[in-house]
Ligand binder design. Structure first.
Ligand SMILES: Nc1ncnc2c1ncn2[C@@H]1O[C@H](COP(=O)(O)OP(=O)(O)O)[C@@H](O)[C@H]1O
Ligand SMILES: [Mg+2]
Length: 239
């Protein structure tokens, strides 16, 4: 058995807001093997984004253990978390999070902007290659505001790929896209997962989108309440 990509054990997260405590995660235990494609579903407020933020090393759990590729990151300080995040993880968000009035190429280059081991020519080559892999090489010099939502999300995926991550985390990646564009984005994710063997974890509230993943977990009130594998629950859904 190889080391799991993600191994979380009895994670809790409590947010303190003034006098009140919000129990966003109430003991989550789960394991994601390297190369899996997992969708996280569940109603608003069930803890999906909180879980993604912890898995993405953007936030720390209140208690519990998190091993990322076998390393216990739950004990890491902020600097160490930032380093491991840059090495291993690519992020894709619902709102694309691109720099406005900046070209597709410049956006895609961002993750390597401060890498001392890489010069600007190499950086541009890598960014162009990433843009090509999402079918956007001919848009490299377009500004983000000149591009459609689907094209902007493809730039965000190219940017997520720039550090050659072993793990991509996507929080509602098709939330702002129409059905046809959403399907195109999911085909790109499927290809990255199958061809490049990148582990993918995606939050979505759309069953059709979740059915592109090879496993689905359902959250409610800060806990995982159900898991589905393969086409289970997706029998009637086209893809
Ligand atoms: N930064 C925060 N401070 C306080 N409460 C938060 C914070 N982030 C999320 N919450 C609360 O934690 C719960 C889970 O939120 P979240 O993880 O965003 O759920 P989901 O992504 O499933 O909609 C919600 O009750 C939400 O209001
Ligand atoms: Mg959320």
């Amino acid at each position: 058995m190889s080391t799991p990509a993600i191994q979380i054990d009895d994670l809790t997260k409590v947010y303190k807001v003034g006098e009140t405590e919000v129990h966003a995660l109430r003991g989550v235990t789960y394991q994601v093997e390297a190369g899996e494609f997992l969708a996280i579903m569940g109603p608003s407020g069930s803890g999906k984004s909180t879980l993604m933020n912890i898995v993405g090393c953007l936030d720390k759990p209140t208690s519990g253990q998190y091993l990322l590729e076998g390393e216990e990151v739950s004990t890491f300080d902020r600097d160490k978390l930032a380093r491991i995040r840059n090495q291993k993880i690519g992020f894709v968000f619902q709102t694309f999070n691109l720099l406005p009035r900046t070209s597709a190429l410049e956006n895609a280059e961002l993750p390597l902007l401060y890498s001392s081991h890489i010069n600007s020519k190499q950086r541009t080559e890598l960014a162009l290659k990433a843009l090509e892999s999402v079918g956007l090489k001919d848009r490299a010099h377009h500004k983000t505001n000149q591009l459609s939502g689907g094209e902007q999300q493809r730039i965000a995926i190219a940017r997520a790929l720039l550090n050659s991550p072993s793990l991509i985390l996507a929080d509602e990646p098709t939330g702002n896209l129409d059905t046809k564009t959403s399907a195109e984005i999911m085909q790109i994710f499927t290809r990255l997962n199958e061809d490049k063997k990148i582990t993918l974890v995606m939050v979505t509230h759309e069953p059709d989108i979740a059915c592109y993943a090879k496993k689905r977990i359902y959250m409610r009130d800060g806990k995982i309440i159900r898991e589905e594998k393969g086409r289970e629950g997706c029998e009637d859904r086209a893809r």
